[in-house]
Design a protein around this ligand. Sequence first.
Ligand code: NI
Length: 268
Amino acid sequence: MNGVEQANQLLHKMWADYIKVNPQAQKIFNLLSQNGETVENDHIALRTFNHPQLGIKSLAAPFLKQGFALAGDYFFSEKKLYAQHFQHPDPRLPKIFISELELEKVSPYIQEIVANCIYQIDEKSIQDEHFSLSGRHWNINYSTYQKLAAESEYASWVYAFGFRPNHFTVSVNKLKHLTELHRLNSYLKDQGIRLNSSGGEIKGTPAELLEQSSTMANEIQWQFSDGVYSIPACYYEFAKRYSMNTGELYQGFIAKSADKIFESTNRA
Ligand code: NI
């Protein structure tokens, strides 16, 4: 099996894992497909902590083996996040966007909770090519979740869900009919789907070469050691890219826009 086939197989499994916690994405995928659209991914996003054992490097390792290469990096100072994106020479494969929480910048409380979670992960599973869909490796309780969320929604998300796709992103450039992001947004809203309006529904402009929108993460009933609670899970994103002076589509990300997109998993 070559790198592209391996990547497709892994991405397929990641999608299957993702729609388990975000059935709304499958619903949107089906709606678009029934409308005669070809739904292809622009990028897939993963979240982690910048701990030496499982930072971006660990999550990126299987993708690097498949031929992906580092293509950009981004800082989100307010959210205390750092991210890198990886691209494959085969343009049919989506980009992989991996962010990590900068632990040295968060409170001792988050540091301690995260250290305790990481301590429970078996070293072997980190090296497994399926680590990016391995989910959680520790028990969770709701009071800790709430306390984490008060300081960092991002930390609380990884605490509750572990390592799995945070979102998939539809490439609007590949759609045949809903080729304008505002039209796609209207269509989705007509179907009763709630969009993230933090910083406006559309983040970015044609001049910035990238426009993005996303659903608000759907709420799911999630099992904690102290009960079942409804929490925001994953969201679905939509990206339209514009051509650079070279005539090629811009393939990077806009930190200012991504900063707002992160808020799609904020609690209502
Ligand atoms: Ni994204």
